[in-house]
Each structure stands twice: as structure tokens, then as C-alpha cells.
Design a protein around this ligand. Structure first.
Ligand code: ADP
Ligand code: MG
Length: 604
């Protein structure tokens, strides 16, 4: 068994598991449990609603026999009042029960969503590499509500209809047991259609989930990639993709309607047959004096009331099936394994401040089973030293860095900090020692202040200004009308590439961590500001251990060790002077950059 590549890919196709009714409710129970009292209250409040239906039906017998046949005027006067009174009482209960049920439903969606989000935060980077945003988002927005609403509505419907059905059946039996047999006997014919529909729904719905998640992913790309779409004239292409997916969803919707909605007419037919049978036999029972006309009318009214919920079972059945499948998708996320699960942090060491340094020991790593990226990397960084990683693009430098804060797990070998494998430390204590400036500086929606203080929530204004000063962003921020409280838009769209990079340097600075990782931290800067920011980085690196990935070799000349990583292997290592003297890969890289630079300077 390959423990590292355990499946964390969310199901996309028809391979979704089938869920039985009982298993579904078992899975639902943990969410329902904290609110069971309110749920029971909601159900209790619905009992009178059903019972009053039966009372009204039962009331028809004395009405018929006393008023219509024996012409008792005094009784007739009360009838309208009684009907309105009952309806008022019934309405009050309906209202109260919907408030309670709404509360329970809302609380349950909330707790599903909360649990999903907590889980989402524990997923390692690989989860986000392999799952598209749509299939995650769909679970939040559709599934949480659909599962809770569908299953609660079903419990409620079942129980209210259960109570009203029981009372209505009592009325039936009270009036005539013979007719009751006829009326209920026909219900046997409903079993087969329900089974057929259940199967169809499962298939169609799994396909509609795929359609929906693809569409959500497309919407995401359309907003996030709008610049590329416009600059490359991709509107038509995007629209065609959208149309294909939207049409697909429409077809599925129609199929769902076509393949399931015959259930209602079938239910209708079955109940009509029941009514027809009752009429046929009922007349004979009246004629031979077994039952009174009043009993017959009362029976018929109760029967029609009893059949009404049976007809709605058709629609309810579809939504319950949808809810069960939604719940299944929710559990797929909740049950997915992740090495960041809190439970995995038990019995781990708490990393105090790093003392000795970092060591890679024969590290092998691959993102996917098919391709090995790091093929045995070994090196050491002593505390307080600066190590530089250079080499061809795609060679594995970023990958090496992402193994230190454990964004990914190694295949074999180990990454050691102070002599212990990074896997032996709690994630919190490990990551709190590291400040990273990523190659693509991701910024959050919100203010500049938010983007800095997220790295140190208790930072004072002085610390923030210090960080801004050291990342050479203070002049820029001062010039903004709202200063630190300027909103920079989603992913920092309102900033230039260089400003974004400097803001993410400020974010790393304020963290004040003993280990600093800089992944091409100045790549988006022009020569002039790079020199300035380089000074900031030099301050940042002073007295700390730093791992620097540099695209411009001139910035790492002073590194204690330079590692040349090509295609997943360390091909050379040493100081700048040693490597130049060696006249190998590094010397070649350096000379070519040096020549280009001289050329540039001559051209200017
Ligand atoms: P460098 O930083 O040296 O340019 P990287 O470490 O980013 O190189 O990438 C090394 C190799 O790993 C590349 O061939 C790249 O295609 C692959 N790679 C990087 N990230 C991923 C990922 N998330 N999933 C799969 N392959 C990846
Ligand atoms: Mg890189």
C-alpha cells in the first residue's frame, strides 16, 4: 500500500457510492444530535396539525347525519365557527413548528459547513493540487444546505404525515373496516415505482454534480483569469466552454424531470383506483345497511386527506435521495485523510527556537507517482548561515523549500531540523519558526495592514511601519489616501508586481522567524528597486538562517554555500569563489548572466 498517495481526490463521476436510507440517517445523526431536543419539539408541534385534519374529517359524520339528514338547526349554527376555530389553532401550530424546524435546519447546515471548513484548513497542499475549486465549493454551498434541508424536511414530513395518517386511518376504520381494506390494499402498487426512481436519481444526480463543479470552476477562472481572457481574446472560447457545460446541466435537469416525475401521476393513479374501489363497494355497503351515508362521506373525506400526502411523497422522495447523496459527498471530504489532521499532532515534539540548523538527507520526492522530482538531495545549513539554491528552471528548488515547512511529505530520506525529522514536530511549532516569501506572492483580500498583521496578529503600528520601511514600501503606503488601511483587492490586484512582492517581504519580516526562505523574492522587481529591496533582505537575513533561491546570481555571491540543483540533484556546491574556480555549471551560469549584464549596460 502506498501511504503517501492515499486517495484524496474527490469523486467527480458516477462512481459516487450509493447510500441507503438507514446509513444516511446514521451519518446525519451526529449533526442532528446536539439539536435533538429542538427537533423533537418541532415534531411535537406538528402533531396537532395532522390530528386536526382528522378531527375535521371526523366532524363531517355528525354534520351529515344531524344537519343534512335530521335537519337540526342548532347544530348547524356552530359548524362554521368550529371549522374556523380549528383552522386558526392549526395555523398557529404550523407557524410555531416551522420556526423551530427552521432553526434546527439552519443550525445543522451551519455545523456541517463549520466542520467542512475546519477540515479544509487541515488539507495539505497536495489536496488543492489535485482537486478543482468547484468540487470543494459545491460541497460548501450546495451540499451543506441540501443535506440538512432535505433530511430534516423528510423527518418532519414523515412524522407529521405519519401522525395525521394514523389518525386518518383511525377515522377510516371507525367508519368502515371493509372499505379500509380496499383503500389501503392498493398502496402495494407503489413499491416498485419508488425503487425504479431511486436508482435513476442516483445516476442522474452524480452527473449533475460533475456538471455543477465544472461550471463553478469555470466561473472562478473567468473572474481570476479575466486579464488573460481579454488580452488573448478568449471570450468566445470561454463562452463555448460555458455553453457546453450549461447545456449539459440543462440536459441533466430535463432528464431528472423526465425520469422521475412520472412518479406523481403514478401515485395519483393508484390513489384514484383506491377511491374508485371505495365508491364502488361503499354504495353497496350503504344499500345493504352496513354503514350510514354519513359514515361513507366521512370515510371518503378522510381517505382523500390520507391520499394527499401520498401524492407528495413523490417529490419528497426525490429531494431525500438528493440529500442522501449530498451527505455522502460531505462525508467524502470529512473522511479524507490528511497528515495535518489535529490527531496526528499528538505526541509530537514542540520545536523550540531552531539552534543547530537544517539538514536534507538523501531526500526523494515526487508530486505524482509517475515522475520523481527530487532524486536524492543532501545538504546542511548551519544556524545563522545563508545558503543559496540556483539551477535550471523546473529543477526542483521551490520543491526543496516547500518540504521544510512540510507543505509536502518526502517519499524517502528526511528533512531534519536540530537533528529531528520535521515530521516529529508539531506543525504549529515548526511553521512558527519559518518565514517564507513565495515565488508568487499571494495576498489576501483586505487592507495592507491586514496583509502584514496576519503574520503577527499582535503587531504594533511601530512594528508594522518598521516592516514597511525595511521592505521599502513606506513611501508608497504614505502616499496612499488611506495609508495602511487601503484595500488592495482580491489577491492584491491593485498593486504592481513589485509592490506585491515587497508587501509579502514585509509580511515575512514582521514574523521575525529564525529561518527565512526566499523563493526568488525579488524576481518581480526592476534593477533599481531590486538593489534597494536586496538591502532590506540583507537586514532580514542578518543573524538568521536563510535559504535563498535567486534568479540573479549577483545577489547571492556572499552566500556561505551555493547549491546548484539541476533536474532534482545537487550537481555542485561550494562558495561563489570555489565554484567559479571549478569552472563548472555554476561558472557557466554566472558568466552568461555577467555577459548579458555587461551587454545591457553597454546598450544603455
Ligand atoms: P524550480 O523552483 O527549480 O523552478 P520546482 O520545484 O518549482 O522547480 O518544480 C520542479 C518540478 O516539479 C517541475 O518539473 C514542475 O513541473 C514540477 N512541479 C512543481 N509543482 C508541482 C505540483 N504542484 N504538482 C506536480 N508537479 C509539480
Ligand atoms: Mg521555483
Amino acid at each position: 500500500e502506498d501511504s503517501k498517495f492515499y486517495p484524496i481526490i474527490l469523486s467527480q463521476t458516477e462512481d459516487q457510492k450509493t447510500t441507503s436510507f438507514i446509513r444516511g440517517y446514521k451519518q446525519f445523526w451526529p449533526f442532528l444530535k446536539p439539536y435533538w431536543f429542538m427537533a423533537v419539539l418541532g415534531i411535537l408541534l406538528t402533531i396537532p396539525v395532522g390530528a386536526l385534519d382528522a378531527v375535521i374529517a371526523a366532524f363531517l359524520k355528525p354534520f351529515m347525519d344531524n344537519v343534512m339528514i335530521e335537519q337540526q338547526k342548532s347544530f348547524a349554527d356552530y359548524v362554521p365557527l368550529v371549522i374556523i376555530g380549528f383552522t386558526l389553532v392549526q395555523g398557529t401550530f404550523i407557524y410555531l413548528s416551522s420556526i423551530v424546524n427552521g432553526y434546527v435546519g439552519g443550525k445543522i447546515s451551519l455545523s456541517i459547513r463549520t466542520k467542512l471548513y475546519k477540515k479544509l484548513l487541515t488539507f495539505e497542499t497536495r489536496f488543492f493540487d489535485v482537486n478543482n475549486s468547484g468540487s470543494v465549493i459545491f460541497r460548501f454551498f450546495n451540499d451543506a444546505d441540501q443535506a440538512s434541508a432535505g433530511l430534516i424536511a423528510n423527518i418532519k414530513l414523515f412524522l407529521t404525515k405519519f401522525f395525521s395518517s394514523v389518525s386518518l386511518v383511525c377515522v377510516l376504520v371507525y367508519n368502515s373496516w371493509q372499505l379500509t381494506l380496499v383503500a389501503l390494499g392498493v398502496l402495494v402498487f407503489l413499491i416498485l415505482p419508488l425503487r425504479i426512481v431511486r436508482k435513476r436519481i442516483k445516476k442522474i444526480i452524480s452527473r449533475s454534480v460533475v456538471g455543477n463543479t465544472q461550471l463553478i470552476t469555470l466561473y472562478n477562472e473567468t473572474t481570476q483569469g479575466n486579464r488573460v481572457i481579454k488580452a488573448f481574446g478568449l471570450s468566445d472560447l470561454m463562452f463555448r466552454q460555458f455553453k457546453a457545460k450549461a447545456d449539459f446541466l440543462f440536459d441533466i435537469g430535463i432528464k431528472l424531470v423526465r425520469d422521475t416525475n412520472w412518479l406523481s401521476p403514478v401515485m395519483h393513479l393508484v390513489s384514484s383506483i383506491g377511491v374508485a374501489g371505495v365508491l364502488y363497494f361503499g354504495v353497496q355497503l350503504i344499500l345493504n345497511g352496513t354503514i350510514t351515508s354519513g359514515a361513507f362521506v366521512s370515510f371518503l373525506a378522510a381517505l382523500i386527506m390520507l391520499y394527499t400526502p401520498i401524492k407528495t411523497i413523490g417529490n419528497n422522495f426525490i429531494s431525500v435521495q438528493q440529500a442522501l447523496l449530498a451527505l455522502d459527498r460531505i462525508y467524502e471530504l470529512l473522511d479524507a485523510k490528511s497528515f495535518e489532521d489535529e490527531a496526528n499532532d499528538k505526541d509530537k515534539l514542540v520545536l523550540p527556537t531552531i539552534k543547530d540548523g537544517i539538514e536534507f538527507k538523501d531526500v526523494h520526492f515526487s508530486y505524482t507517482k509517475e515522475r520523481e522530482i527530487l532524486k536524492g538531495i543532501s545538504f546542511k545549513v548551519a544556524m545563522g548561515k545563508k545558503i543559496a539554491l540556483v539551477g535550471n528552471s523546473g529543477g526542483g528548488k521551490t520543491t526543496v523549500c516547500s518540504l521544510i515547512p512540510r507543505l509536502y511529505e518526502v517519499d524517502s530520506g528526511s528533512v531534519l531540523i536540530d537533528g529531528h525529522d520535521v515530521r516529529d514536530y508539531t506543525l504549529d511549532s515548526l511553521r512558527s519558526q519559518i518565514a517564507v516569501v513565495f515565488q508568487d506572492s499571494f495576498l489576501f483580500q483586505g487592507t495592507i495592514r491586514h496583509n502584514i498583521t496576519c503574520a503577527k496578529p499582535d503587531a504594533t503600528d511601530e512594528e508594522i511601519h518598521e516592516a514597511l520601511k525595511n521592505s521599502y514600501l513606506d513611501e508608497f503606503v504614505k502616499g496612499l489616501p488611506n495609508g495602511l488601511d487601503t484595500v488592495i483587492g482580491e489577491r492584491g490586484v491593485s498593486l504592481s508586481g513589485g509592490q506585491k512582492q515587497r508587501l509579502s517581504i514585509a509580511r515575512a519580516l514582521i514574523r521575525n522567524a529564525p529561518l527565512v526562505i526566499l523563493d526568488e523574492a525579488t524576481s518581480a522587481l526592476d534593477n533599481k528597486s531590486e538593489k534597494v529591496v536586496q538591502k532590506a533582505l540583507d537586514t532580514l537575513m542578518k543573524g538568521r538562517t536563510t535559504i535563498v533561491i535567486a534568479h540573479r546570481l549577483s545577489t547571492i555571491r556572499d552566500a556561505d554555500t551555493i547549491l546548484v540543483i539541476n533536474d532534482g540533484l545537487v550537481v555542485e556546491s561550494g562558495t561563489h569563489d570555489e565554484l567559479l574556480a571549478k569552472n563548472g555549471v555554476y561558472a557557466g551560469l554566472y558568466m552568461s548572466q555577467f555577459k548579458n549584464k555587461e551587454q545591457e549596460e553597454r546598450d544603455e
